[in-house]
Ligand binder design. Structure first.
Ligand SMILES: C[S@@+](CC[C@H](N)C(=O)[O-])C[C@H]1O[C@@H](n2cnc3c(N)ncnc32)[C@H](O)[C@@H]1O
Length: 250
């Protein structure tokens, strides 16, 4: 009897929550990230960033800010407008290309107030109690619930006592009557547009699975609360984005 043919090895499935995978994904997206996020969201991302920064209370001159998952620095104009006396922004991101685009193309004139750190937010050893304010826009969805708990520990560690945070993320608006339309746009229309206009790329397409799995900021809110922070949960535009804000008790 002939020997049975061995089964072909299953193609390895990438772990989309592996920080190395996420860094690679954003390295590839960096050149197009800014215009793609603005246009594909019909300008909503800009509004949501402004609303995220508005969740922070007025702060005197000399405040220090940490921007986690800073990307190309889309939050900085909002931060500098709301807090003109800011001493510094520490921009942390795992993707080298996102940093390079931020520095080279977008924020040269603001460079003196911005420190770039290429690091994993989950494991960064930035000194504790460093920030008066901590922000993150659209950087939560690539974390599993367990990673969100680790991130919450970092937020609590990095904030000074009395310091405030605001984090926002695109979410899956369960319960909204137009959710099927929203999902069809994210899961089918955007991937098609990306394939057509970005020469077959399928990177921004990952927004679909990430937002579906992330759902909203509920878990992040619980994780931050478990770290002893006060937390308020917010919904934006029928839950298409959700955010959490609060502070570390003094
Ligand atoms: C969707 S972009 C958001 C960029 C920017 N904050 C904005 O408002 O558009 C998400 C960013 O999170 C970064 N990121 C993802 N996981 C990270 C991690 N573990 N540590 C640091 N940065 C991370 C990615 O490299 C990417 O630049």
């Amino acid at each position: 009897m002939p020997a049975p043919t061995p089964e072909p090895a299953p193609a390895s499935v990438p772990d989309i929550y592996d920080p190395a995978f996420v860094a690679g994904l954003f390295d590839r997206c960096a050149a197009n990230y800014r215009w793609w996020s603005a246009i594909s969201s019909f300008g909503f991302t800009r509004t949501w960033r402004r609303q995220c920064v508005a969740l922070l209370p007025p702060t005197g001159p000399g405040a220090t800010v940490i921007d986690l998952m800073a990307g190309t620095g889309e939050l900085w104009p909002h931060l500098l407008r709301r807090f003109p006396g800011l001493a510094s922004i520490t921009a942390l991101d795992i993707s080298r290309n996102m940093h390079l685009h931020a520095v080279d193309r977008l924020h040269r004139t603001r460079a003196s107030r911005i420190t770039h750190i290429e690091a994993d937010a989950l494991t960064t050893d930035l000194p504790e109690a460093r920030a008066d304010l901590l922000v993150a826009a659209f950087g939560l969805k690539t974390f599993t619930p367990a990673q969100q708990a680790t991130l919450a520990r970092q937020v609590a560690r990095l904030l000074k006592p009395g310091g405030h945070f605001a984090l926002i993320e695109a979410s899956d608006p369960h319960g909204w009557a137009l959710r099927p339309l929203y999902r069809a746009y994210i899961d089918h229309a955007l991937p098609l547009i990306e394939r057509l206009f970005l020469r077959g790329a399928q990177d921004f397409t990952m927004l679909g699975p990430y937002t579906r799995n992330f759902r909203d900021c509920t878990h992040m809110a619980e994780a931050l609360h478990n770290e002893g922070l006060t937390v308020t949960f917010h919904r934006h535009f029928f839950g298409c984005a959700t955010s959490v804000s609060g502070h570390k008790p003094a």
